[in-house]
Ligand binder design. Structure first.
Ligand code: CO
Length: 294
């Protein structure tokens, strides 16, 4: 028997969240989906940004040199090309369907700049926290090309890309011991195909819909609709989640399903630095100002 079809008590939607329009970097327009006030509830995740525009004026300025310390950034490109360079001498080109997984650790300075002057730029940046004991680890990063991301198609025709974690017998591109993240990009076929994903009860989880509309189904099959560009926080009661495109979805639905094991440590953030205490933040700022981040 396929264990993923044996969910007894699917999780329900605890809350729907509409992202906040904002700008970051040198003026890139984006939607901040996971905001600072949700960091405790969605521990170990600190932020999720969605950028999506056909207009180079919205993205052309990019993200010139800036520092990070104390967490990981996971950039997933749906459409477009972005070049990154960092103070450790690493450089890479992130292209449609690819992922850059960067562990900032004790810190680096990097830039993330569009390598296109026209066309569509669409993607996501997720911030994943590090446990206190790893916050000062050496920086690390990996460019994962689109073809290197493990994929599956369910019997019902749902296509999944496994950026992190495990799903439907497929091991994702990246695994992390302490936060055990699951990061799926799900593409639903036209129609009403269901998708089931077991989730450990103590892992915090959310869904973000970026095409069409998706229903979260309860044990009786009752739907809660998650509209386009909305995030659904999933309650922790239950053994997994059951998803299905909404009948009124006008486009083939696509969504990110993200879950992870909470660190349950104090979170202290000052801009691009996320540590456990205020003293560590002061140290991070001083290290940056004195050129010790690279
Ligand atoms: Co950055």
């Amino acid at each position: 028997m396929n264990t993923s079809s044996a969910l007894k008590q699917p999780r329900r939607v605890e809350r729907l969240v509409t992202g906040q329009p904002t700008t970051d970097g040198a003026g890139v327009k984006l939607t901040r989906v996971l905001t600072q006030d949700l960091q405790q509830r969605l521990d170990p995740f600190l932020m999720l940004d969605n950028f999506a525009s056909d207009d180079p004026k919205d993205y052309g300025a990019g993200f010139p040199n800036h520092p990070h310390r104390g967490f990981e950034t996971v950039t997933y490109m749906i459409d477009g090309r972005m070049r990154h360079r960092d103070s450790a001498g690493h450089e890479g080109l992130l292209q449609s369907g690819g992922v850059q997984w960067m562990t900032a650790g004790r810190g680096l300075v990097h830039s993330e700049m569009p390598e296109q002057e026209a066309g569509r730029m669409e993607g996501f940046q997720l911030w994943l926290n590090l446990p206190g004991r790893d916050k000062m680890c050496p920086p690390w990063y990996r460019d994962i090309q689109s073809t290197e991301i493990p994929q599956f198609t369910t019997d019902e025709g749902v296509f999944g890309r496994v950026i992190a974690g495990h799903s439907h017998g497929v091991t994702g591109a990246v695994q992390r011991e302490h936060t055990d993240p699951l990061y799926l990009d799900l593409h639903f076929p036209p129609g009403q195909a269901q998708f089931r994903q077991p989730l450990p009860a103590n892992h915090n989880a959310f869904l973000y819909v970026y095409r069409g509309q998706v229903d979260v189904l309860d044990a009786l099959g009752n739907p809660t609709a998650v509209p386009l560009h909305c995030m659904a926080l999933l309650g922790n009661e239950g053994d997994g989640v059951v998803l299905r495109p909404s009948a009124r979805s006008t486009a083939p639905a696509r969504a990110l399903l993200i879950a992870g094991k909470p660190l349950r440590e104090p979170i202290a953030q000052y801009g691009p630095f996320v540590m456990n205490t205020r003293e560590q933040l002061v140290e991070a700022v001083e290290d940056f100002q004195n050129g010790r981040l690279g």
